[in-house]
Design a protein around this ligand. Structure first.
Ligand code: CAA
Length: 263
């Protein structure tokens, strides 16, 4: 797991169980060209497959998490090309990863940048974060899930307003509406520090339970309640087959800290 493989992202291990992936295309405010996005998804896939990683943090710069898909790369694209090659369908790979991903957002998270954050499991925002789905202003609509994921979170009227006008919304609005779980304190690097700490906490839990928990919550977006409840209960039952359940409950009974083996 090393930065050497990637041109447009930096990767590091700020905590033994945490992979930090930093979008690094500063000249274009982290606009998501095809090559940039491939680096982001490859780095996340690599971290997800790494046994020593329990959670990932995805972040950008102080000025921009990501200013959207690369407009200069898209501007001459034809319908036939977009349709035939299923443009942006490859972005979905991020939603198939099994370990939790925390987006730490400072500055602009626009268009595909906002959608990238929405594909993560938790979003922490700096007070400087500015979100929007501005595609309508350049003759298109969101293509990375904005009209679907944002609508499920903020409701129809707000999603319509945001996607039809393209207006920016603040970190505070995002928190009020439940788009982000929390706005952290002010200052450079604070949001990344908080996200790494949170990822460290998640990585310290039993991995099997963490993956099952993410899967159960994601199932709630896809299933009717009765199916989702059954799905949750079956996963819950299955966790009684793990060593981590025996260790977690045994440690509680013995009034000590659990030592999870992720098994
Ligand atoms: N694509 C390509 N290049 C971009 C970019 C983008 N989305 N956003 C910024 N850049 C580039 C600019 O072209 C500029 O490059 P040069 O210095 O070579 O001219 C550089 O980044 C800095 O940008 P600005 O000079 O514009 O910086 P600013 O501080 O004045 O403005 C901004 C910042 C408000 C974010 C502005 O850059 C902007 O509006 N960007 C576009 C935002 C946008 O519309 N995003 C949606 C894209 S469509 C999409 O994402 C589709 C989808 O659903 C997946």
């Amino acid at each position: 797991f090393s930065t050497a493989r990637y041109n447009n992202v930096l990767v590091s291990r700020p905590n033994p169980g945490v992979a930090l992936i930093t979008l690094h295309r500063p000249k274009a405010l982290n606009a998501l060209s095809a090559a940039h996005f491939k680096d982001i998804s490859d780095a996340l896939v690599e971290a997800d497959a790494d046994d020593s990683v329990g959670a990932m943090v995805l972040t950008g710069s102080e000025k921009a998490f990501a200013a959207g898909a690369d407009i200069l790369e898209m501007k001459d694209k034809t319908f036939a090309d977009a349709f035939t090659n299923n443009f942006l369908a490859n972005w979905e790979v991020i939603t198939k990863l099994r370990k939790p991903i925390i987006a730490a957002v400072s500055g602009y998270a626009l268009g595909g940048g906002c959608e990238l954050a929405l594909m993560c499991d938790i979003i922490l925002a700096s007070p400087t974060a500015k979100f929007s789905q501005p595609e309508i202003s350049i003759g298109i609509i969101p293509g990375g899930g904005g009209s679907q994921r944002l609508t499920r979170i903020v409701g129809k009227s707000r999603a319509m307003e945001l996607c039809l006008t393209g207006r920016m919304f603040s970190a505070q609005e995002a928190e009020q509406w439940g788009v982000v779980s929390r706005v952290v304190g002010e200052g450079e690097g604070v949001v990344v520090k908080e996200a790494v700490e949170m990822a460290g906490t998640i990585a310290s839990k039993g991995r099997v339970a963490v993956i099952a928990c993410k899967e159960a919550i994601n199932a709630s977006f896809e299933m009717p309640l009765s199916d989702g409840l059954r799905y949750e209960r079956r996963l819950f039952h299955s966790l009684f087959a793990t060593n981590d359940q025996k260790e977690g409950m045994g440690a509680f009974a013995e009034k000590r800290k659990p030592n999870f083996t992720h098994s």
